[in-house]
Design a protein around this ligand. Structure first.
Ligand SMILES: [Cu+2]
Length: 188
């Protein structure tokens, strides 16, 4: 437990690699040409810590906050949220269940437009160390929390996509999406 500096170095390298691969925020990447112009500040790391402060860009719209919970019945309490294009959003996700994290963990993951959520979630089943998100799919995520155990909360701050439309959010814990742990962000 005294290896923090060393681990930090490794994590930094890992994060950097993921960042480069996913091209998040990089104007030259094809990610920038795709559906949205938002900054997925937390999409690149498998680590629960918010090592990079969430970057929220200026907007004519005020910050909008949502408090979303997930429970042992594998449901989000809110299955539809709305925002204006580019609006700064603050989502606090809480696991209000009581079952152990290993068998009933939850997260909140907002996907880019047109990502097939069923394919995306299934592709992450083996990636417990990356919050059940396939590392190859990190660039399909707009915002996310780590997998949370009972009583835990995590807040993410980000800008809504610049393109109007519907963006699916899911829990990536294996099986939860199929059971119905999902919702939609409607951007106007
Ligand atoms: Cu879940």
């Amino acid at each position: 437990m005294k290896t923090t500096p060393h681990i930090r170095t490794i994590l930094s390298a890992t994060c950097l690699s993921a960042f480069l691969l996913s091209g998040c925020g990089d104007q030259s990447s094809d990610a920038a040409k795709s559906q949205d112009g938002s900054n997925s500040s937390s999409a690149t790391s498998s680590e629960p810590a918010e090592s990079a402060p969430p970057a929220v860009t200026e907007s004519e719209h005020p910050l909008k906050e949502f408090k979303i919970t997930g429970n042992d019945q594998m449901k989000f309490n809110i299955e539809s949220i709305e925002a204006m294009a580019g609006q700064p959003l603050k989502v606090t996700f809480s696991n209000v269940g009581t079952m152990p994290k290993a068998s009933m963990g939850h997260n909140w993951v907002l996907l880019k437009k047109d990502v097939d959520a069923a394919v995306f979630t299934e592709a992450g089943f083996a990636s417990a160390g990356n919050d059940y998100i396939n590392p190859d799919d990190n660039n399909k995520v707009l915002a996310k929390t780590p997998i949370l155990g009972p009583g835990e909360s995590h807040t993410v701050t980000f800008n809504a996509p610049s393109e109007a439309g519907e963006y699916t959010y899911v829990c990536t814990f294996p099986g939860h999406y199929i059971i119905g742990m999902k919702g939609v962000l409607v951007v106007e």
